[in-house]
Design a protein around this ligand. Structure first.
Ligand SMILES: [Zn+2]
Length: 520
């Protein structure tokens, strides 16, 4: 049994479990990207980088994270080193190093370029839009316009002693000081799904397979269900069908009661239709999970938690202290290991099957383009939640060959495509507007719908962009330099000339017909 001790350091709650030297510690703040807006996205990450930028870490003992709800600073070493590190972090957060601002923006741009696309984040974006947890999938648009004063002001509100918790693997060192400003604990971002008709799907051409994501209760039955789902995906997709290399399951807590559960599987492109069929078979069959399967999953979980595969005691002590700190962040009562064991034992096959059925009702599928649509997929999720706005309609410069049209009015902007589908961003739900010096304008709605208005593609397009920009609030506007010429789409001149020629011939024929009628 791991014993946890709670204390306080400079009014910051601190939890520790004895794991012996070296001392490991993590200072966590209830601040993450889900607290931001699309137009300011990236500032928590920038603050975290700035706090580290003054630090010399030749031994790579320090680390930091920013996720949806948490910013964390971690270290390991002698107690004196831990005190010195945490003191420097707190000092840097209270007085961000101005000289590093532009360099850290460039470092973050490099970090973002190296980051691979993550299907779990995409699923969150389709569920929550360009807000809250959905921001995980969005670019850090806020970095470009970030300046020191608003950053410092934001840090002073988020990185406070009331909004922080410390975990350690030994008692806090006597000389440890956490000099942080006063401030309250921040609430978790609300979970506000934007889709009301689920299950549903979108096409994902980049993650190399398919995935299914849903929200489930944070309960032992969900953990057992995740274990059962993983075992079935591996057995069917890898062992029996040999269609996938690494089926996986991800379980990420969103708040005290809710977790995001993602089932996914990769495959080679030529077998993705087969993959989606086999995945669908496994997914639908998960509605029924019997007691023997639950017992087997429970035994595997036990093996990893407390059995032969359990990590060494020191590591478990660190995990327990960290878990207690995370629960503090999530406003969740801490459950000791024995209580979790009892809940694991108490979960029945019916509890686990109920999680499966609940998941299936609210799933969003990231389908490969090759997938064959089946009833379990539900409906395609529209690219935007708002209807077409009313206002001025502009034809495409390649009309009538290209039948899409742009509509803009006092409420927003829509593009109506040739097949009748549309994408709309309303000004009342505008999350950010990107303005390029070459004239292009990109509007992104709070539902993550994106309308790109290219002056080079629409008749009177330059005037439309100008009028659209008049309606964008300054705090949502992000200015970019002109794009390279080859990155700006232009109407095909041959199509335009062809369309004009057809029109001229039609006019000439009509005139000839008219003259012939008048003459006869
Ligand atoms: Zn980073």
């Amino acid at each position: 049994m791991i014993e946890l001790h709670w204390t306080e350091v400079d009014h910051v709650p601190a939890v520790w479990a004895d794991a012996g030297p070296p001392l490991r510690a993590g200072l966590l703040f209830r601040a993450g990207h889900a607290d931001e807006t699309l137009a300011t996205l990236g500032r928590t990450h920038l603050i975290e980088h700035l706090a580290f930028s003054a630090m010399n870490d030749e031994l790579h003992r320090h680390n930091g994270i920013v996720d949806a709800t948490i910013t964390g600073f971690f270290t390991v070493g002698h107690p004196g080193d831990v005190s010195a590190f945490l003191a420097k972090v707190c000092d840097a957060l209270s007085s961000l190093p101005a000289g590093r601002l532009e360099d850290e923006k460039r470092v973050l741009a490099a970090e973002s370029a190296a980051r691979s696309r993550d299907v779990c984040s995409q699923l969150l974006m389709w569920r929550y839009g360009a807000a809250g947890h959905g921001l995980a999938a969005m670019p850090e648009f806020g970095l470009r316009m970030a300046t020191l004063e608003p950053l410092q002001e934001y840090a002073a509100r988020r990185f406070t002693r009331g909004n922080a918790v410390l975990w350690l693997t030994g008692p806090p060192p006597d000389d440890l000081r956490l000099r942080l400003p006063q401030g309250p604990k921040r609430p978790l971002p609300a979970l506000a799904p934007i889709q009301d008709a689920l299950p549903g799907w979108f096409v994902d051409r980049e993650s190399g397979g398919m995935a299914a994501g849903a929200t489930v209760p944070r309960a032992c039955a969900s953990t057992i269900f995740a274990e059962c789902a993983l075992a079935r995906l591996r057995k069917r997709l890898r062992v029996e069908r040999a269609v996938s290399y690494a089926p996986a399951v991800f379980y990420v807590p969103l708040d005290a009661d809710t977790a995001h559960l993602v089932l996914c599987a990769d495959s080679s492109q030529d077998r993705r239709a087969e993959l989606s069929d086999a995945f669908g078979e496994v997914f639908t069959a998960l509605r029924e999970i019997d007691a023997a399967e639950v017992d087997a999953a429970r035994a595997r979980i036990d093996e990893q938690r407390t059995g032969a595969l359990a990590p060494p005691r020191a590591e478990r002590a660190a995990s327990e202290a960290y878990r207690a700190a995370l629960d503090w962040i999530f406003d969740k009562p801490f459950e000791p290991g024995e209580s979790l064991d009892a809940q694991l034992r108490a979960a029945t096959a019916e509890d686990v099957s109920a999680i499966a059925r609940r998941m299936q009702e609210t799933t969003i599928f990231a389908l490969p383009a090759e997938a064959r649509l089946r009833p379990w997929c539900g409906e395609r999720i529209p690219g935007s939640t708002a209807p077409v706005v009313s206002g001025r309609e502009l034809p495409h410069l390649e009309a009538p060959t290209e039948r899409a049209r742009l509509v803009y009015g006092p409420d927003g902007v829509s593009v109506v495509f040739a097949d009748g589908s549309h994408c709309t961003v309303r000004y009342s739900h505008l999350a950010a507007a990107l303005k390029y010096a070459d004239g292009g304008v990109r509007l992104i709605g709070s539902d993550a719908a994106t309308v790109m208005v290219e002056p080079t593609l629409w008749q009177d397009g330059r005037d439309a962009c100008y009028r659209i920009m008049q309606r964008v609030p300054a705090d949502l506007l992000i200015a970019y330099p002109a794009r390279p010429a080859d990155a700006i789409p232009v109407a095909d001149e041959k199509v335009r000339i062809g369309n004009r020629t057809v029109l001229l011939i039609a006019c000439a024929l009509a005139l000839m017909l008219l003259r012939w009628l008048l003459a006869s």
